[in-house]
Design a protein around this ligand. Structure first.
Ligand code: NAP
Length: 283
């Protein structure tokens, strides 16, 4: 019998991670022998833990808070475009004996928007938040052809810094990108993405002057059993479609799985199983 391919997710905290469930479902579906662990690392030991994991024959590591920036530094210069543009890595692997990094968050979001039949192409997109998650999705949204993209954030200077960084990296897309504070969300938006962590504590970002255009989508990167406070608020204010980020979580995992194993699992059954598991936990 072949020994299972060893993968893991590394972060701190890590107990809450759904990645083992998702990857085990993908493995079952594709007939792959897989062992997928959770690794809780302390800040000072991240590099050593990663090195040890691959020295022992590990195939792939997912990286989550607070280590995406450290993973970026470690895998430089062997990064794919998504990681280079995001300055963050959520997927580590080895090629030709060198550590490589990718960022599958943006691809995961785009795949989930396709699932929701809400391609961002030519759309007016409002992105709330300028943290790590927002960094991973700005360039993919621009490259997917969104008509305009405005980044707003509680601390406006972080939104401006993110805008400048992406404009430097993608000068041809610069004119479609703008930034501001939360109260500079005025306008009609086809897609509103909440990339803040506010929903974790039931807080809705104050974008009072933003209007949902007819047919608009409101997308919360946070996922939960039941709709988030942002989704409820968006529905009240006229968004036609509202979604949490569970589909993005599964889709970004599918991209990591493909990088590591060369296999492309179906995401729909895994998303359904995960949703069921989340709902069951609530009862
Ligand atoms: P982060 O780097 O800590 O950034 C947090 C962001 O939220 C910042 O923009 C921060 O604004 C803003 N924020 C926090 N509390 C707020 C509030 N009460 N009102 C307004 N803005 C607030 O976190 P992150 O890595 O970007 O992650 C953000 C969320 O996305 C997390 O909850 C994470 O679980 C989720 N996520 C989901 C997926 C997925 O696959 N679905 C992937 C990645 C992340 P300031 O800069 O002004 O402090």
């Amino acid at each position: 019998m072949t020994s299972p391919r060893h993968c893991a997710v590394i972060g701190n905290p890590i107990d809450h991670s759904r990645s083992p469930f998702i990857h085990e479902q993908f493995a079952k579906q594709t007939g792959l022998a897989l062992r997928y662990d959770k690794i809780r690392a302390q800040a000072g030991e991240f590099d050593a833990v990663v090195a040890d994991f691959f020295r022992r024959g590990g195939v792939g590591l997912n990286v989550t808070l607070p280590f995406k920036g450290k993973a970026y530094a470690l895998a430089r210069p062997r990064l794919d475009d998504s990681a280079t543009l995001a300055l963050a890595v959520n997927t580590l692997y080895r090629r030709d004996d060198a550590l490589c990094g990718a960022n599958t968050d943006g691809g995961g979001l785009l795949a989930d928007l396709e699932r929701l039949r809400a391609s961002p192409a030519d759309k007016r997109v409002l992105l709330i938040g300028a943290g790590g998650a927002a960094r991973g999705i700005v360039a993919p949204l621009l490259l997917a052809g969104c008509g305009s993209l405005r980044i707003v954030n509680r601390h406006a200077e972080r939104a401006h810094a993110l805008r400048r960084q992406v404009q430097e990296a993608l000068p041809t897309a610069a004119a479609r990108l703008s930034s501001g504070s939360l109260d500079q969300s005025t306008g009609d938006w086809d897609v509103v993405i909440n990339a803040t962590s506010g929903s974790l504590t039931g807080e809705v970002p104050d974008i009072a002057d933003a209007r949902y255009a007819p047919g608009a989508l409101a997308y919360d990167l946070v996922y939960a059993a039941g709709p988030t406070a942002f989704m409820v608020d968006a529905r009240d204010k006229g968004a036609r479609v509202v979604s949490d980020g569970l589909g993005m979580l599964v889709a970004q995992a599918a991209e990591s799985f493909a990088i590591w194993h060369g296999l492309h699992p179906a995401t729909a059954p895994v998303l359904a199983a995960l949703r069921q598991a989340l709902d069951a936990e609530r009862q």
